[in-house]
Design a binder for this molecule. Structure first.
Ligand code: PMP
Length: 409
């Protein structure tokens, strides 16, 4: 091993020096590292112990609160006992268990599609599906604010990337119009955008896309599944464009409450992807306990109308409470379970984040490049299991932290 302490010499880490310096300067001001929080105990979907303090969780993607659902937990334990801790293999070789089939059947039922393919994460689902569908000479047309996994899928597949302005139907139409008519195009949309919590105008986008030849549409419903639409399929269901979307990609790491990713489709040739999709073929499949918890959770989410209604109520109450206090929010109206509080700069964002944590509230701090237009955000994600009383407490903590840090008057 070479001497890694010789910081003077230039090596492959040198490009990270600006980030290392920025982080060290921030920590030198005495704040806690926002990216090094440890949950010592997790008591429920909405409560954890962090550094000895009981804390309300408002920074998880546990939208439907399924992580502690007794049926979900029991299914995981049973599969662990019956099938062991892991598969130790790829789906294509030695890693397909009965549980993988079961979770794919649950997805087909949930989405009403003929095909479903499960990946080890949602990141890999986007990476795999996008790179396999759109290769050299093809075009991926995507929203500028797309998730990293969508961009990385384009990179892996070597397709041409064409970005349109976030949620702009006009720009989407214009950019599609400039592409060669005979080229094959994959348009990638997200139902709900995770940074600001805003929703895509899908019917208008679909109408614009359908004016152009040779386009297929993929919609990432990572943040819409469970919560949007009469069956919880996502924003595309709520907005009535189900018949127009060729591929839905999603994750088990949010409303489903575990880990994993998937793609569902009615395309008659969908199954062939299992043999040609590298992030599906060349990695180990999900452990039996994980697929069992996912299948149980997905089946329960089909009948979660009451939870969806309570989550909407939470989102509306928190949005109103924070805007009444004078905070600038990511969307003018509550559009999803994500409510982003926009702060003026990194210092104010960190000060608010730390004060909230000291008061017993955990939210996410997000910064560029993950955030749009260089914004510093405190991102709040609500859960269907947050009680009315917890939402009241959360608003009270924001008031106290906002006044203490000068973020509000
Ligand atoms: N798509 C979007 C829009 C996401 O926000 C995320 C995760 N935050 C993913 C895909 C990846 O999901 P996973 O955590 O399962 O890798």
């Amino acid at each position: 091993m070479t001497d890694a302490t010789a910081t003077e010499t230039r090596d492959l880490f040198s490009k990270f020096d600006p980030l290392i310096n920025e982080r060290e300067a921030l920590l030198a001001t005495g704040v806690r590292d926002p990216y090094a929080i440890v949950m010592d105990q997790v008591l429920s979907p909405t409560r954890a112990i962090i550094k000895g303090k009981e804390t309300i969780l408002l920074g998880t993607y546990n939208y439907m609160g399924m992580t502690f659902d007794p049926d979900v937990v029991a299914a995981g334990k049973k599969a662990l006992d019956e099938f062991g801790a892991g598969t130790t293999g790829s789906r294509v070789l030695n890693g397909t268990y009965q549980g993988h089939k079961e979770v794919e059947d649950a997805l087909k039922e949930f989405y009403g599609t003929s095909g479903a393919m499960v990946f080890s994460t949602g990141y890999q689902a986007n990476l795999g599906i996008i790179s396999t569908l759109a290769g050299k000479g093809d075009y991926v047309v995507l929203d500028a604010d797309s998730h990293a996994s969508i961009y990385d899928g384009c990179g892996l597949g070597n397709a041409e990337i064409v970005r349109f302005r976030h949620n702009s139907v006009e720009d989407l139409d214009k950019r599609l119009g400039r592409l060669p008519a005979d080229a094959l195009k994959l348009v990638v949309l997200e139902g709900v955008y995770s940074m600001l919590g805003d929703v895509a105008p899908l019917p208008d986008m679909v109408a614009a896309i359908r004016k152009h030849p040779n386009c297929m549409i993929l919609c990432d419903e990572a943040h819409g599944m469970g919560f949007f639409g009469p069956n919880g399929r996502g924003a595309y269901e709520e907005q009535g464009v189900e018949g127009e979307i060729d591929f839905v990609v999603g994750t088990f790491s949010k409303s489903v409450g575990t880990v994993g990713g998937f793609c569902v489709s009615n395309h008659p040739k969908f199954e062939i992807l299992r043999l040609v999709c590298r992030p599906y073929v060349f990695t180990a499949s999900l452990p039996p306990s994980v697929v069992a918890t996912a299948a149980t959770s997905i089946r329960k989410l089909m009948h979660a109308g009451e939870k969806r209604a309570h989550l909407w109520k939470n989102s509306q109450r928190l949005h109103k409470g924070l805007s009444d206090l004078g905070f600038k929010l990511g969307s003018e109206t509550p559009q999803s379970a994500i409510i982003a509080v926009i702060l003026s700069d990194q210092m104010q964002a960190v000060a608010m984040w730390q004060t909230l944590l000291e008061l017993g509230l955990y939210v996410n701090m997000a910064r560029p490049p993950a955030t749009p237009a260089g914004t510093f955000l405190l991102r709040c994600s609500l859960c269907a299991e947050h009680s009315d009383d917890q939402v009241t407490q959360i608003i009270g903590m924001f008031e106290a932290a906002g006044k203490a840090t000068g973020a509000i008057g």
